[in-house]
Write a protein that binds this ligand. Sequence first.
Ligand code: AMP
Ligand code: MG
Length: 340
Amino acid sequence: MIFDTRCLPADAESLLLAAELLRQGRVVAFPTETVYGLGADALNESAVRAIFAAKERPADNPLIVHVWRREQLSGLCAVTEAAERLMDAFWPGPLTLLMEKTPKVPDVTTAGLPSVAMRSPDHPVARALLKACDLPIAAPSANRSGRPSPTSAAHVLEDMRGRIPLILDGGECRVGVESTVLDLTGEIPTVLRPGAVTPRMIAGITGQCAVAPSVMRPLMEGETAPSPGMKHKHYAPKAKMTVYIGADERVARVLREQYDRTENAALLAQTQVLPLLGDRRAFSIGSTPAEGAHLLFQRLREMDDLGVSRIFAQGWEPEGDALAVMNRMARAAGFDIVHV
Ligand code: AMP
Ligand code: MG
């Protein structure tokens, strides 16, 4: 189906329209604190299929189900005691919990997996929309598959024009990378995808928290992805990208050298390093990992728009609160990371 996509400021009127479309089984894009989501009724198979179609998403990549209050989980999944405590601590917020699903959740939503991913976002527009339709809403990031996740309504329009009826514009997303995905179906809570809620914050509540090895390295031949999204090409800019980690002066020297010997290159560096790069084409990725997370996807899209053919970027050590941004940078660079 081809739509005349409307992009409306999120106000009382457009929220009602969006809720009505969701009840009719349509797909609507809306802002969350992480990235923009592409939502549809999670319990309506054909509505969920329409998300996969709009995104051109492989059918084996499951969706996250969004709720505005915990009561909506009842009948959909087995809520453990650890889950209750994590929800007390971090909901609403950027933490997705994997729990055992009931037959009420259609297989299309979970890509046939026995677990379902649940999250309660804390963005006021997302909450108002979830409340207005009062449905559990399946929503992956609102980009076309393989493109960087959208952190503004303009990014969504770029990818979704003609494919969905409505985009709610709620400004720029605060966090900028997707939620932490935490598997609660095993012995030890395990982070499958890092986000703003860190393993340390989780361990503070549950006592223990593991991180899946595939978070910072490519999957080995024959290895199955614990989180199917991780096996698909993700977050990729059109240009090939290399990431350098090390002391500012050393990284700056490598970035200058690489830039000068490469045609049509661009640099991505921390704010304090920009003055060391002369008048080369360079973009800021902020000065902290949180600023980096907020800016990364936007910068990747900007470089695509400029037709850059090679990106040399500065990264952070992939640990602590830098794990989320470095997980995305590593994938954007096809794991081409160099310590200098
Ligand atoms: P997105 O909504 O685009 O951020 O993608 C959601 C991601 O959550 C998927 O790509 C998976 O990596 C992860 N996910 C969702 N549901 C499950 C599940 N049942 N088991 C494992 N990972 C999941
Ligand atoms: Mg996504």
